[in-house]
Design a protein around this ligand. Structure first.
Ligand code: WT7
Length: 704
């Protein structure tokens, strides 16, 4: 790997044409290039000279150190945080190889710390109490607010004191079901302060999904708000919680407290359904508590949060992250991948309901005492609409209006948003100055080169490097990412591994392959931010991630490496679909569909979608004698909306008299994917099918 990097080093010595797409000035925006991998975009001299990592050589030295001496590398960084007690002499222990026993990673074990203390108190003690921690921007123009670090700490302490008062203790789970109000990061930080384990559930999930999570983690409390406005429509979140709690009780899980924030702009408290004894208004109790709250010092390996994510079976996985390693890793990746400086204003458009909102709205930036923008707006809206609209409230220029308003310097978003804005035309962008921007970021799925170029040339005026960060809920933080200023970028490639990460590409048999190649992406060592288990199911953790290729962590992604060593992610290789940068398990959608009384069988695959990256395509076999109808199509879609959430609704229902199966009854998804994407002459070998005529029927019925 380091040899390949030497090659990159020599490339970066070429004349740079400062910040422009080198030797490609003639390329028209969006036109496919002959070869993407020869397309190099150099950081400007001006940018590189001020960057934290300013050359491939500097990166290589740091990277080599991180691999040769992980304990030394990470403990030096960890020492910059506050530890009540230092960790054990061995900085980390790992067993990544299932053949050698239970898979286990531990970092900084024995160390006692608190991430909320490190994100707030430590920064305030360093003189940042008056610095803005959060700029909050509401849906409506002019609806905004701000909190300094000192004010944020007071709010966190009040809630932490209240939670302690009602009996929430270290190790207890708390479910947070809130939209992007400041109360969301406040609630996360308050839980962390008292050692409670938060589990944020994206407020676009349905009550069934919410109850499934409640039943799994048995929280002491649920924190929510009465309603949220999506566009002009209020969504009664509290009622979704009510019904989830009713369902949980039926399954033997009773939650004694539902702390409800009154979100006045969406709904008045008088109109909110209420269960006395269980429901409490946030505004009635939290402000009564003291603004100082002692910290619960926890072991570095004590759990910090649980976050449910989709896998290839119907049951969501409770990804468990612990405290110390996650803290060190999110802070460090944030700092280097965005070349963070104390004067930056940082805006990540993700919702805290997903991992990006944990690591890169809340923890990573605040641990660096960054000023962040939290936008209530459209993200929830986009993800819950069946057809994605541009974030166009009041118009498609809203993002850049916010960038100018707060002088945002680092803007981190998802390719789906870039594509939806790109479609609206450049004028919405160029109407705003965007002079403050200096680094752009992308996450969630591979960014197609044409969207990359639009983001780079139009949004960033060809002067802001793009950090295309590849990572996962499980990895806690960035794994493969550009370091802006360090080396030339290639649009669409996530480039090179972060410090301490050893990615390898393996073939079907699990043999590492070298040089220019493609295969399965695995990681061969532990890193501080890695998840430690799947909540309550360590066996599934091992089976899903460590058994497919023994000796490695298997990411579920395919990738290739080009002649210069750049890594290109090519998407999931398992039964997971990536819709707008978020994972949906095909099995989850299938089990929702088959719960419909008229659905006999369903098979779901992903298809290319212009805006979402992938869309959900469902083949549905009806119960004998039931006719196809538009009404039935709608009712099938609504079953999925109700069981999972609106963001998981299929884009297409394809009536299927039968599904292509092998003689042993296994559905051949390979064929379904080809039918869904209309690649009918690439169906491949159908001779192993139990009934090959099924395929013909499917093709002819497609557009019914
Ligand atoms: C999957 C993880 C990590 C935060 C958001 C999604 C895909 C993510 C990239 C990227 C190519 C990417 C992968 C990965 N993915 N970022 N920059 N380039 N693919 O988190 O829901 O855990 O999904 O998202 O397929 O496995 P997630």
């Amino acid at each position: 790997f380091c040899n390949r990097l030497r090659h990159v080093e020599s490339m970066s010595l070429q004349p740079s044409g400062a910040g422009r797409i080198s030797h490609l000035n003639a390329v028209i925006l969006g036109e496919p290039l002959e070869s993407e991998e020869n397309d190099l975009v150099f950081p400007s001299q001006e940018f590189s000279s001020q960057a934290l990592v300013s050359s491939p050589e500097q990166y290589r030295n740091m990277y080599e150190k991180s691999i040769e001496d992980p304990a030394g590398f990470w403990s030096e960084i960890a020492s910059q945080f506050y530890w009540k007690e230092k960790w054990n002499p061995e900085v980390y222990t790992e067993n990544i190889d299932v053949r050698k026993g239970t898979v286990k990673f531990e970092w900084f074990k024995g160390g006692r710390t608190n991430i909320s203390y490190n994100a707030l108190d430590r920064n305030i003690e360093a003189g940042n109490g008056g610095k803005v921690a959060i700029y909050w921007e509401g849906n409506d123009l002019g609806d905004d607010g701000r909190l300094t670090y000192a004010e944020l700490l007071e709010k966190v302490c009040q809630l932490a004191n209240y939670l302690k008062h009602v009996g929430v203790r270290k190790g207890d789970a708390v479910i947070i079901y809130l939209p992007m109000l400041t109360e969301l990061p406040i609630a996360m930080l308050a839980c962390a302060r008292i050692g409670a384990v938060h589990s944020v559930v994206f407020a676009g999930f349905s009550s069934e999904s919410l109850s499934q999570r409640i039943i799994d983690c048995k929280p002491k409390a649920v924190i929510t708000c009465n309603a949220v406005r999506r566009g002009s429509k209020p969504i009664h979140l509290k009622e979704i919680v009510d019904s989830a709690l009713r369902e949980s009780v039926k399954n033997g899980v009773t939650v004694d407290l539902c702390l409800t924030f009154e979100n006045k702009s969406a709904m008045r408290r008088e109109d909110t359904k209420w269960q006395d004894g269980r429901d409490v208004w946030w505004q009635d109790v939290v402000p009564l508590f003291p603004t100082k709250c002692d910290v619960e010092w926890v072991d570095a390996e004590d759990p910090l949060f649980l976050l449910y994510t989709s896998g290839s079976t119907g049951k969501p996985k409770g990804v468990l992250h612990t405290t110390g390693g996650y803290m060190v890793y999110t802070a460090t990746t944030f700092k280097y991948a965005f070349d963070y400086k104390p004067s930056d204003v940082y805006w990540c458009t993700a919702d805290c309901g997903w991992i990006t909102g944990h690591s890169y709205v809340t923890y990573g930036p605040l641990l660096n005492s960054a000023t962040i923008v939290v936008f209530e707006g459209f993200i929830l809206l986009i993800q819950c609409e069946q057809f994605i609209q541009a974030p166009n409230y009041p118009d498609a220029g809203r993002c850049w209006n916010i960038v100018d308003k707060y002088k945002v310097t680092i803007f981190y978003t998802a390719p789906t948003l870039v594509r939806s804005l790109m479609r609206e035309g450049d004028a919405y962008v160029t109407r705003y100055q965007r002079k403050s921007l200096r680094v752009l970021g992308s996450v969630g799925e591979p960014i197609n080169p044409s969207a990359w170029r639009w983001f780079y040339n139009v949004v960033g005026d060809s002067r802001c490097p793009i950090s295309d960060t590849w990572w996962q809920t499980e990895t806690g933080g960035f794994m493969i990412t550009p370091l802006p200023g360090a080396w030339p970028q290639k649009p669409g490639s996530a480039t090179f591994p972060f410090f301490g990460v050893q990615p390898v590409i393996v073939d079907e048999k699990g043999n590492e392959i070298e040089g220019e190649c493609s295969g399965y992406l695995c990681i061969k060592n532990s890193w501080p931010g890695a998840f430690r288990t799947l909540y309550g199911d360590h066996e599934r953790y091992e089976t899903t991630y460590f058994k497919p290729f023994a000796g490695y962590y298997f990411t579920g992604d395919g990738c290739s490496r080009d002649k210069d060593g750049y890594i290109w992610l090519t998407g999931r290789v398992d039964d997971v679909i990536n819709v707008s940068g978020h994972r949906i398990g095909t099995a989850e959608v299938e089990s929702a569909l088959v719960s419909h009384p008229q659905c006999a069988e369903a098979a779901v695959v992903g298809v290319d979608h212009e805006i979402k990256g992938q869309g959900i395509y469902a083949f549905v076999t009806l119960v004998e004698g039931v006719p196809y109808s538009e009404e039935l199509r709608k009712s099938l879609i609504s079953v999925v909306r109700n069981q999972i959430g609106a963001f998981a609704a299929p884009d297409k229902i394809h009536w299927a008299p039968g599904l292509p199966k092998t003689r042993s009854g296994k559905i051949m998804r390979r064929i379904l994917r080809k039918i869904a994407s209309r690649q009918l002459n690439e169906l491949g070998d159908t001779s192993t099918l139990a009934d090959p005529s099924v395929v013909e029927q499917l093709i002819s019925l497609g557009d019914c």
